[in-house]
Design a binder for this molecule. Structure first.
Ligand code: COA
Length: 470
């Protein structure tokens, strides 16, 4: 068996400061030298880029559990300690003191902006919030009951057809204008998806308002009435946007990086991020949390829900619990819980039954050995769904709002990747486990294959009614 030892000869893992590891064959001969890369926080990495050339072997890590796909200076997560830093700054400090656009600037450019820089950035974003009028006609092509995420990924992808002047990704000025266009237009696109679904007229952005307030107005105002802006709700929306803005190499961010590595334009990259975010194991979880709480209905049903979540023969899981990285309380969930409590207090909502249910579920799960031993704590989606409900946001818009906020993170990673000379087109290797080379058998010599057919018996033919969407 090949053995991995630090280049100073000690067994692997015994020397913290080894600057390289050697992969040795059974006779102790070095077959590859693997430099050690240090991180500024958290664990370092073994550089295996030349492993295939040097040792004729690859590494196997299908869900990237132990693989760093890039180096990044944007976000740091310590899953064991429950720490989340954007460019080194703790998430709770940002939620308390900052605005979403200031955080977007921080993520994109690495430093908090000066007052002038923030003014310029805010002004640029504010003046790109409107959509090309022709884009509005895209919405008519969708069914009214289409999921807003389906609409968003179509419309965001289509932006590349409207802004061909900003898709040369090798031009820093074009990169910046695309980034600003995307961050500016995402709330407008999401709010229009909502308005279309409820049959109300689109509401245009208002340049006097800040980013969260503008979004809330585009969602909830109607031409027939004066819209009253609520600072309390805008504050909660600001917190929600900040908390969800980035989370290092999660599935959708890795998707954006992967698509961007082929030099696809940023509109196409963000549309791919939206697709990945939509899944129930990722951004779709906050919608699933609320649906789950509503289905559970009352605290009397909680023990049964916990029993089902622990039953391996039952597919039911406690949505909003567990995380690939956090093995202690998700710091975002902690912030979200506090914001939710504040929101209930400020809106004078006493004893919200769903909050009572959520708190009790959290209490029961955290006393249960199944969840404790597996380190399954509430994640960000557990409380963000409740906040969105309190803000009056309909269930099917939850993930769309996540997408608005995560666009800042996606684009920061996209920009970092394009500017990183180490990044080439993403092209993983595979461990091939298919048949070895074999001859082609002509059709007449293959028998009827009836018993061993790999195809299902056949799909039902669509009825005329379903074809016309009735
Ligand atoms: C987030 C999630 C996908 C992480 O998955 P993962 O890192 O691959 O972890 P696993 O699925 O391997 O889970 C590890 C163990 O905990 C159990 N587990 C994980 N999440 C669970 C949950 N929400 N409810 C019940 N059991 C859960 C698994 O069954 C497994 O048990 P086992 O070791 O006895 O087989 C997973 O925890 C989950 O599905 N959570 C619910 C969805 C959710 O809230 N997603 C939002 C993430 S921000």
């Amino acid at each position: 068996m090949p053995e991995l030892v630090p280049s100073n000869g000690h067994a692997a893992g015994h020397t913290a400061h080894a600057d390289a590891y050697c992969l040795c064959d059974e006779d102790g001969r070095e077959v590859a030298r693997l430099p050690r890369l240090e991180a500024t926080l958290g664990v370092g990495a073994v550089d295996v880029r030349h492993l295939l050339d040097d040792a004729k072997i690859t590494t196997y890590d299908p869900s990237f559990s132990s693989t760093a796909s890039c180096s990044s200076a944007i976000t740091y997560v310590d899953g064991d300690a429950g720490v989340l830093l954007y460019r080194g700054i703790p998430i709770d400090a940002l939620v308390e003191k900052s605005t979403f656009l200031e955080v977007a600037y921080l993520l994109l450019f690495g430093e908090l902006p000066t007052a002038n820089e923030l003014d310029t950035f805010t002004n640029d974003i504010t003046h790109h919030t409107m959509l090309h009028e022709q884009l509005a006609s895209f919405y008519n092509g969708f069914r009214r009951d289409a999921h807003p995420m389906a609409v968003m990924l179509g419309v965001v992808g289509a932006l590349s057809a409207f802004y061909p002047d900003s898709i040369d990704i090798l031009d820093p000025a074009q990169r910046l204008i695309s980034i600003e266009r995307l961050i500016a237009k995402m709330p407008s696109i999401a709010a229009m998806a909502y308005k279309y679904s409820v049959g109300q007229p689109f509401v245009y952005p208002h340049n006097e308002l800040d980013y969260p307030s503008n979004f809330m107005r585009m969602m909830f105002s109607v031409p027939a009435e004066e819209y009253r802006q609520s600072p309390v709700l805008a504050k909660a929306m600001n917190a929600l946007l900040i908390v969800q803005a980035d989370h290092e190499q999660n599935a959708s961010t890795s998707t954006v990086r992967s698509v961007g590595s082929s030099r696809a334009n940023p509109f196409a990259c963000v549309a791919a991020g939206i697709s990945s975010l939509w899944g129930p194991l990722h951004g779709g979880a906050n919608e699933a949390v609320l649906a789950m709480l509503q289905r559970i209905g009352s605290t009397a049903n909680l023990p049964d829900a916990i029993r089902r979540a622990k039953d391996k023969d039952d597919p039911f899981r406690l949505m909003g619990f567990g995380h690939r990285v956090y093995k202690s309380y998700d710091p975002r969930a902690k912030v979200m819980r506090r914001i939710y409590e504040e929101l209930l207090e400020e809106t004078r909502t006493q004893g919200d039954p769903l909050f009572e249910l959520a708190k009790e579920l959290e209490r029961l799960a955290l006393e249960d050995d199944y969840f404790v031993s597996r380190k399954l704590y509430p994640n960000v989606d557990f409380y963000s769904g409740l906040i969105m409900k309190a803000l009056g946001i309909p269930l099917n818009m939850f993930t769309a709002i996540f997408a608005i906020s995560r666009t800042a993170g996606w684009l920061s990673h996209w920009k970092e990747m394009i500017e990183d000379p180490d990044q080439r087109i993403t092209r993983p290797r595979q461990l091939y486990i298919g048949p070895t080379q074999r001859p082609y058998v002509p059709l007449r010599a293959r028998g009827d294959g009836a018993s061993g057919s790999k195809l299902p018996a056949g799909l039902p033919m669509p009825s005329e009614k379903s074809i016309v969407g009735g």
